[in-house]
Design a protein around this ligand. Structure first.
Ligand code: NI
Length: 162
């Protein structure tokens, strides 16, 4: 497995619509493994395939609640409630902004063995599902931000420099 380069805002690949995965291959399994490595290395809680330059409908999410999720061809089937909170994205490094999202999301997807799964999440997990699925349609959270983007402290990077 390997760390892949994270594409940043301004790269056209982040604005494309991704294609569904029709069958699992060794190549896609490797991609998914690399997506986890890349997400953990960058201290992210989610990553979508276009963020590493691959236009396929695949996301990985780990909001540190004990389970990581691989969602292939994901679709939101129902939403409920509302949450307002700060969001960031590995493709917009050092930035954050307020976005309103549903508080509860039910998502249908395929897992890495191409079995259908239903994933249900609230709060941060619901936010991550919405954010990552948006990436598959070329949408960035900055398109939905309320009150503009602001800079956040890059404490981790600063400490790495020492
Ligand atoms: Ni993102």
């Amino acid at each position: 497995m390997a760390i892949r380069k994270i594409r940043v805002d301004g790269d056209d690949v982040l604005r494309k619509t991704c294609k569904p995965v029709d069958k699992m291959t060794d190549r896609i399994r490797t991609l998914i493994g690399d997506m986890y490595d890349t997400m953990y290395e960058a201290n992210g809680v989610g990553l979508a395939a276009p963020q590493v330059g691959i236009l396929k409908r695949i996301v990985v999410i780990d909001v540190c609640d004990g389970e990581a999720y691989t969602l292939i061809n994901p679709e939101i089937v129902s939403v409920d409630g509302e949450q307002v909170g700060e969001e960031g994205c590995l493709s917009l490094p050092g930035l954050s902004g307020q976005v309103t999202r549903p508080n509860h999301v039910v998502c249908k997807a395929l897992d890495i063995d191409m079995n259908e799964i239903i994933v249900e999440g609230e709060e941060l997990f619901a936010r991550a599902i919405c954010h990552e699925l948006d990436h598959l349609d070329g949408i960035l959270y900055k398109d939905k931000v309320e009150g503009g983007l602001h800079r956040v402290d890059m404490e981790i990077e600063e400490s790495n420099d020492k």
